[in-house]
Design a protein around this ligand. Structure first.
Ligand SMILES: C[S@@+](CC[C@H](N)C(=O)[O-])C[C@H]1O[C@@H](n2cnc3c(N)ncnc32)[C@H](O)[C@@H]1O
Length: 278
């Protein structure tokens, strides 16, 4: 999707981080930040750092490896991997304000020598500083749901990986045909205009040249987790109103509730997908 189409979903993300840091009196431009300070704020996927640990395990990440983080958000995955495993991580992030925040947070955690997040569209890889490069592995956590052009996307992802390199994806997939209301909620609130079924997802990856695919259905865990997230955010509404104001709280309440309903209805599922370029 275009930057403009993605903007409503991500409008308040960076504001939420700065508001929380201000609330904790850690908002000074040069106040150092620990990775642990940011974990509740900078992981834009489900179940905390579990997916990042899982990615490291599948990619067998070691010190000095070069990892690509596709759709890096504010750099939470990239910083965690670089800090814990000593690898170098290059991120590509479509939205400029997330990318700027990623740079600022990375500088304040002292990881700028190993983490670099560039602004751009992974579909236009020729225009990015990673054009022509090949990485030891790539991760894409909760990103491909925003990108309907799967053939083009996976062709680039294949070219960006060394022979023998591994990838790790966490994403939505379609479990049954959505109703018109569900289709609208996905497109308008989650910026997700297209989802493949499990069979289509695997076939897209195989057609792009990937093999050794492992498809793990995590729908039950994610259904519980997104429900709990929506319930907890709503229960702490007064606290969030005081810290963030009404516009942000209304937006998050609506977003979290929409996602929880999409999983509860059985239309959308969650997948952890790993594989290799032989
Ligand atoms: C749900 S967030 C996940 C961020 C990060 N992977 C994480 O787990 O914390 C999805 C991110 O993908 C980015 N994105 C979507 N389409 C993209 C594209 N075509 N190229 C690069 N980034 C993209 C969005 O801007 C957003 O920051």
């Amino acid at each position: 999707m275009t930057e403009a189409a993605m903007e409503p979903m991500y409008r308040h993300r960076v504001t939420r981080i700065w508001n929380e840091l201000r609330h904790q009196q850690k908002d000074g431009a040069d106040t150092p930040l620990a990775i642990a300070d940011l974990l509740p704020l900078d992981q834009y996927h489900y179940l905390g750092v579990a997916p990042v640990e899982e990615a490291a395990r599948h990619l067998k990440i070691g010190a000095g490896d070069r990892i690509l983080d596709i759709g890096a958000g504010v750099g939470g995955t990239a910083r965690y991997l670089a800090d814990k495993f000593g690898c170098r991580v290059t991120g590509i992030e479509l939205l400029e304000h997330l990318c700027t925040a990623a740079g600022e947070l990375t500088r304040r955690t002292g990881l700028s020598d190993r983490v670099a997040i560039f602004q751009g569209d992974i579909l236009e890889v020729e225009a990015l500083p990673i054009a022509g490069q090949q990485f030891d592995g790539w991760v894409a956590l909760m990103v491909f749901l925003h990108i309907p052009q799967r053939q083009q996307l996976l062709r680039h992802c294949h070219a960006l990986l060394k022979a023998g390199g591994r990838f790790y994806i966490e994403d939505y997939y379609l479990r049954r045909q959505p109703t018109e209301t569900e289709r609208h909620a996905l497109a308008a609130t989650v910026a997700c205009p297209y989802l493949p079924s499990r069979e289509e997802y695997e076939s897209h990856l195989e057609s792009a040249g990937f093999s050794a695919l492992e498809f793990v259905d995590v729908t039950p865990q994610w259904t519980d987790w997104v429900q709990q997230r929506a319930t907890q955010f709503h229960a702490e509404r007064d606290r969030h109103l005081a810290v963030h104001g009404a516009a942000l709280v209304e937006s998050y309440d609506h977003f979290y509730r929409t996602v929880a309903d999409l999983f509860a209805s059985g239309a959308v599922g969650g997948v952890r997908l790993a594989g290799q370029k032989l």
